[in-house]
Each structure stands twice: as C-alpha cells, then as structure tokens.
Unconditional design. Sequence first.
Length: 312
Amino acid sequence: MPGSAAETGAAGAEYQPLLFSIAYGMTGSAGDAEDIVQDAFLGLTRARQAGTTITDLKAYLTTAVTRLGINYLSSARVRRETYVGDWLPEPIVVSADSPGPAEYAELADSLSMAFLVLLDALSPVERAVFMLREAFGYGYPDVARITAKTEVNCRQIFARARQRIAAGGQARGSAPSPARRAEGEELARRFFETADGGDLDALLAMLAPDVVFHADGGGKAQAISTPLHGREGVARLLAGLFRRGRSLDTSLRLAWVNGQPGAVGYDARGRVFAVFELEVADGVVQAIRAVVNPDKLRHIGPVSDVARLPHD
C-alpha cells in the first residue's frame, strides 16, 4: 500500500517507548519485550499487505503488544514455576550520568522491580488489565478494547487484581520528584561506598530494621535462594559480598535501575556480573534486589563469569 512503509517507520519512532514499556511490564524481560514489539510491527505490515485499513495505529499496536504479552505469559508460566531461587525481572539500566534513552522514559517511573514482582502473582489477563490501568492510566473502555473483555468484566478483574496486589505489598508509588530523585541517588552513592569500605556499623545505620535482600541467580550464579530479612543479616551478607568483590578487583557504577537508584557491578575486565536496585524510603534502604543470573544481564553488555556456579 502506498505510504505504508514510511508510516510504519514513523509509528515505530513515535510509539516505541510505550510499546516497549507495555511489553516489558507484561514479561519482565527486556529481550522478550523487544521481540514482542517487533512481532507487533510485523503483524502491522502483514495486515496492511492484506489490505486492512488501520485508522488508529497506536490503538492497533498497543492491542497487539498486550495480547502478545498475554500469550507469552500463558506459555511461560510453566518455566516460571520451575525457576530456581528468587525470581526478579531483567533490569532496565540507565546511567546515573545521563537522563537515559527516550525509549525508557515511560518505563522508568512505572515499572519498578517491586511492582513487577507483585504483578507476577496475577494471571496473564489480570496482569494486563491491572498494568494498563494502574501503570499507564488507560480508561476502562480502552482496557476492554485492548483485552477483548467487557468494561464490567475489566472493572471486576481490576478490583480483584488490586486486592491481590494489596495483599502482597504496596503497588507502585508516584513518580519521584527531582528532589527525591537526587536524594535517592546520593543515598545510593553513600550506601555503596559504605558497603565497599567495610564499616559494618555505618552500614547498619543505612538499613531499615526490616530490610530485605532479594537475589536472582536463576541456578546459574552464586546467590542466596530465598530472601534474607533483617538489618544485621543483610549487613553481614553485604560485607562479605563486597569483601569478595575487592579481592576480585570488581567495581560499581551508579545507575538508575527500573527507575530506582542502584548500581551495576563490573569485573576487572569491564564485564557485567550484577545489577543492584535499592528501594529507599525515610532516608534508609528498605530493600535490595540483586540480579546475577547471567541470562538476565546480556542486554546490558558482555557478561562476567566471576559469579557463575562451577557447573554452569
């Protein structure tokens, strides 16, 4: 069709941030999100080649991405149930030294790791309805159209999903103000410096009493298999991790991870071995999430083997 290729390219540039964010919110995987977005555009091309008239590109593409995400979750559930250890999403990392690429603008303040872990308890359709409504602000008529449900059904699904999310913890907060963002970045800098310096008392003072440490090794990297709760245990774990890191000549670079303050760990050769996300509130660290599963780090750069299990 005349103009189709040019129009498709323009749509890709305009809607890529939103489409990637929806796909990532559905899957928790950067790589799979990119594949889903690509599949949605392939479907758009095929529809046009078949003579289909598409009057609202944004609506068509968001619907395609969401439904592809639902299909993905339905097929991935068995794999998720057999996952080794604590599951965390693939981290989306933006350097602390720059505002980051535009494609992550909508994602950064909407889909923290904590929020995605809560979403993982929902069914595929519940996840789609709740995320479209809660994270992206879609009205019920649009949510109904995208998910092929009635508005009444979507309201019921959302209410049920919200109850399940509330039972599991808090849903996402509002986007941080520039002041809160700067405060979080400064706390992260001091936190990682303190952990690296080995001052246990100073580290304890920066942790909430009920702080929790989550680690995702996926059975392929060294990581605790269940969350660790409590300030003293987490502080001792961190001290040990950073002591080992110093012996291996590793380094950390501050970053924003899923819109939260964090850091990326690199080995002596500059390869990624871990990503840390901090949940900060009331001037202390409430939760730490560490992704060391090498399969979840490949989209960031070359992956190190310093944390790999011997049999991997």
